[in-house]
Design a protein around this ligand. Structure first.
Ligand code: ADP
Ligand code: ASP
Ligand code: MG
Length: 486
């Protein structure tokens, strides 16, 4: 039987297509995603590339089915060897045995993508990004095939799907591609028919030139959320090597606490400020399309866990959800750190109008993202020092661009350092509580830690400090904001 799906507003839409998450369906919201990002103090342009994804979100289900549709994503350490893949297969079997329809999204086995990236760089320092993608996408294909074989060996029906087979369509930004569309009909039909779909994470296809694309490091999280949107899944479960999202990286702070829930806005800031537990784009997608995303551990005995059902979703892990679902909201929810930035200081640049434009213009033209910027007032009124940060991987290129623009910028001396870390405190409670930044500066000063740059938004404060103090700073702040688990 085929009938048009109907938005709760009454607008008929064709199955397989839909509108960005503006509906008022089960996860819908009256505010558009752009307004939500803006009111969360985030850049609304974050979603410009996501809007064209043609999927159904916030729609009423065609029929009330007792079965849930579950997307299960397993990261590199969860599929590190055959034994771990067998463990993953048992997690999948638990869901299938309970009657759930399952799509699994897998990463490459732990270490494989790093090796593939290193081989590309060894082959040529200047490489074609399309060939980089052809190489680095292979890791996921191995895991998907191995998991499908393992599931079949357990008597289950399963098949692997690569990015082009689904297809997961992306733009042409090879190496950091964005998903533009997932026509989900075929894969949906497969799982409706009781087959487990094992999908390669991290990869898609650029449909114009029909080239394999990849979504940036950690991109399997984004693949999983996008597949959940395309399948209108009831949950997107991200299985990893920790049992949820913590107040900070539990590997750095043993006293970190698992959060039962975290808002999309806070998770977005945590991810973009360095908490790699979820890729930033996966959180953007989940937020826009209202996907209930849960982070949980694959290192739990598969039969020691209950299969997913909507009424036990809160029993384990961390749910990423709307802010108003969180009853006890802390002022500060988490602390993130990012070690992948580098600091550039231009000394003695002319202190006159237009200099900043002449410095940052060429960097923008070279596609180099600048994060924090500090300009000192020069003592003599004629010169000033300008400090800013770029991604550490872009440091050499940034210095090159500035040296080439010297004739235009005028005189400067240049200093740079990659031995820095950005520490951020995050919490939606900051919107209504003053003093979070002041407390951060006090804690750091008590530990004798010097701050090189500061940036703030409505729900975060970030500081730049020397890398050697990273752990000390994170631990001290974690205690000071009352986040320690003791
Ligand atoms: P996967 O391979 O499953 O994708 P990742 O290594 O990408 O896993 O992400 C999981 C890791 O994220 C954890 O091992 C942990 O060290 C790190 N992490 C950083 N910040 C946090 C946080 N706030 N909560 C939980 N884990 C975090
Ligand atoms: N295998 C890819 C990486 O290591 C994607 C992922 O694991 O999410 O970055
Ligand atoms: Mg990851």
């Amino acid at each position: 039987m085929s009938r048009a799906l109907v938005l709760s507003s009454g607008c008929p839409v064709r199955p397989g297509f839909g509108l960005p998450g503006r509906g008022a369906g089960p996860w819908g919201s009256c505010r558009g995603p752009r307004e939500r990002l803006r009111s969360a103090g985030l850049n609304p342009n974050l979603i410009t590339r996501l809007a064209p994804i043609r999927v159904r979100a916030g729609l009423l289900k065609e029929s009330a089915s007792p079965m849930a549709t579950v997307v299960m994503k397993f990261g590199g350490t969860s599929v590190a060897n055959i034994e771990r893949i067998q463990n993953v297969a048992r997690h999948v079997k638990r869901e299938v045995d309970a009657g759930n329809k399952v799509a699994v999204v897998v990463s490459a086995m732990s270490g494989v993508t790093n090796q593939l990236v290193a081989w590309v760089k060894d082959a040529s320092p200047l490489y074609d990004a399309r060939e980089y993608d052809a190489v680095v996408a292979t890791g996921e294909q191995v895991t998907a095939g191995l998991l499908a074989i393992t599931l079949q060996g357990m008597g289950l029906r399963a098949r692997s799907w690569t990015g082009w087979q689904v297809p997961i369509k992306t733009n042409a930004a090879h190496g950091t591609a964005r998903i533009t569309e997932i026509p989900g009909a075929q894969i949906k039909k497969a799982i409706e028919g009781g087959e487990i779909a094992v999908v390669t994470g991290f990869q898609g296809i650029e449909p114009l030139e029909k080239r394999i694309s990849t979504l940036g490091r950690g991109g399997s999280d984004t693949s999983a959320v996008a597949i959940a949107v395309a399948l209108e899944a009831d949950v997107c479960d991200i299985y990893t090597d920790v049992d949820g999202v913590y107040t900070t990286d539990p590997r750095i702070v043993p006293k970190a606490r698992r959060l039962a829930k975290i808002s999309y806005e806070e998770m977005l800031e945590m991810a973009s400020l360095g908490s790699k537990v979820l890729q930033t784009r996966s959180v953007e997608l989940a937020m826009v399309y209202k996907v209930r995303t849960r982070v949980l551990s694959s290192f739990v005995a598969p039969d020691g866990m209950k299969a997913f059902s909507p009424d036990n979703i809160e029993d384990i892990g961390t749910i990423v959800c709307d802010e108003d679902e969180i009853v006890e909201q802390q002022v500060v929810s988490g602390i993130a750190y990012a070690k992948d930035e580098a600091k550039v200081t231009l000394l003695k640049v002319d202190d006159k109008p237009g200099v900043a434009a002449r410095i940052f213009g060429p960097l923008a033209d070279a596609n180099i993202n600048v994060d924090m910027i500090v300009q000192n007032v020069g003592a003599d009124g004629k010169h000033t020092d300008m400090t800013f940060t770029v991604q550490a991987a872009e440091l050499t290129r940034a210095i090159d661009v500035l040296k080439k623009a010297k004739a235009d910028i005028g005189h400067f001396d240049i200093k740079s350092s990659a031995d820095i870390v950005k520490i951020s405190v995050i919490g939606v409670g900051m919107r209504s509580h003053a003093g979070v930044a002041a407390q951060m500066f006090k804690v750091l000063s008590e530990k004798g830690i010097n701050i090189h740059a500061i940036s703030t938004s409505e729900i975060k404060v970030s500081v730049l400090i020397e890398a050697a103090y990273a752990e000390l700073a994170v631990r001290a702040l974690h205690s000071a904001y009352g986040l320690d688990n003791d």
